[in-house]
Design a protein around this ligand. Structure first.
Ligand code: IVC
Ligand code: AKG
Length: 243
């Protein structure tokens, strides 16, 4: 398996977009030593280990190249909780590190967070009821509290935020002509355990992920969400126990 490339839905469905401008996201750094180096930086791990302890797994990695919005607002990322995508627990031993690769503010689509929501529970997610197109697998929370305070994270190049997988967050439209770049990794303790998401609100994302994995990798046997995550996870330090 190589790096997974994602294109914004507007770009994916247009005739011709040159070069790096067509790449909206690159995932799966476990396949690339240079990109994976981000997950091993002592400046990052120093904080990550406060949440994971000494056995650290890199579960999900992304370089996000948020494109200038085409006018269809597809560059937005709906408000969501990352735990919706994860079939492992406990959530307190999972943390995201998200680093700005340039100045990021509301103009180029900074992170938006709903403070305190990490103390709540996992909410049902589905495609947002937005007019026009929405990116594949960009699920959002259908019923968050509209009155909850929203904080826009203005960040400078190299600034990093660490956040809990239940924190409700998303990002706005990129109104500039530049490609807004950020790099992130979801870390988890190797002592976390996988759960079966059948019969839970996560069943919809399991179906989608498994369908894509089957199409892309022509998998022969029955697989589930756990198998996909187990396959992509990579040990950063310590011992690989459960994950
Ligand atoms: C915590 C963390 C997990 C939170 C998040 O990151 S939330 C978002 C998670 N989801 C993602 O990042 C989605 C990542 N997407 C991808 O990896 C890829 O786009 C894939 C879904 C695997 C598709 O890749 P691939 O099959 O290589 O794409 P192709 O270029 O061959 O296109 C296949 C058909 O799909 C369409 N397509 C591609 N990208 C998108 C898109 N973004 N939105 C809607 N439709 C899309 C494309 O037009 C094509 O359609 P047809 O020509 O077959 O009709
Ligand atoms: O970088 C962004 O715009 C948002 C990314 C995000 O929220 C995610 O992938 O979970």
């Amino acid at each position: 398996m190589g790096l997974m490339v994602m294109r914004d839905v507007t770009i994916a469905k247009s005739e011709y977009v040159p070069s790096e401008k067509m790449i909206t996201k690159v995932q799966d750094f476990q396949e690339d030593e240079e990109l994976f180096r981000y997950c091993t930086l002592p400046e990052i791990l120093k904080y990550v280990e406060c949440f994971t302890g000494p056995n650290v797994m890199a579960m999900h990695t992304m370089l996000i190249n948020k494109p200038p919005d085409s006018g269809k607002k597809t560059s937005r990322h709906p408000l969501h909780q990352d735990l919706h995508y994860f079939p492992f627990r406990p959530s307190n031993n999972i943390v995201c590190a998200w680093t700005a690769m340039e100045h990021i503010d509301r103009n180029n689509g900074c992170l938006v967070v709903l403070p305190g929501t990490h103390k709540g529970s996992l909410k049902p997610h589905d495609y947002p009821q937005w007019q026009g197109a929405v990116n594949i697998m960009f699920h959002g929370i259908q019923d968050y509290d509209e009155n909850n305070t929203r904080v826009h994270l203005v960040m400078e190049k190299g600034d990093t935020v660490f956040f809990h997988p239940l924190l409700i967050h998303g990002s706005g439209r990129n109104k500039t002509q530049g490609f807004r770049k950020a790099i992130s990794c979801h870390f988890a303790s190797a002592n976390c355990h996988y759960i079966d998401v059948k019969g839970t609100s996560q069943e919809n994302i399991e179906k989608e992920v498994v369908r894509f994995a089957n199409e892309l990798f022509k998998v022969k046997q029955d697989i589930n969400l756990k198998d996909v995550w187990r396959f992509r996870a990579r040990l950063v330090k310590g011992e690989r126990f459960n994950l």
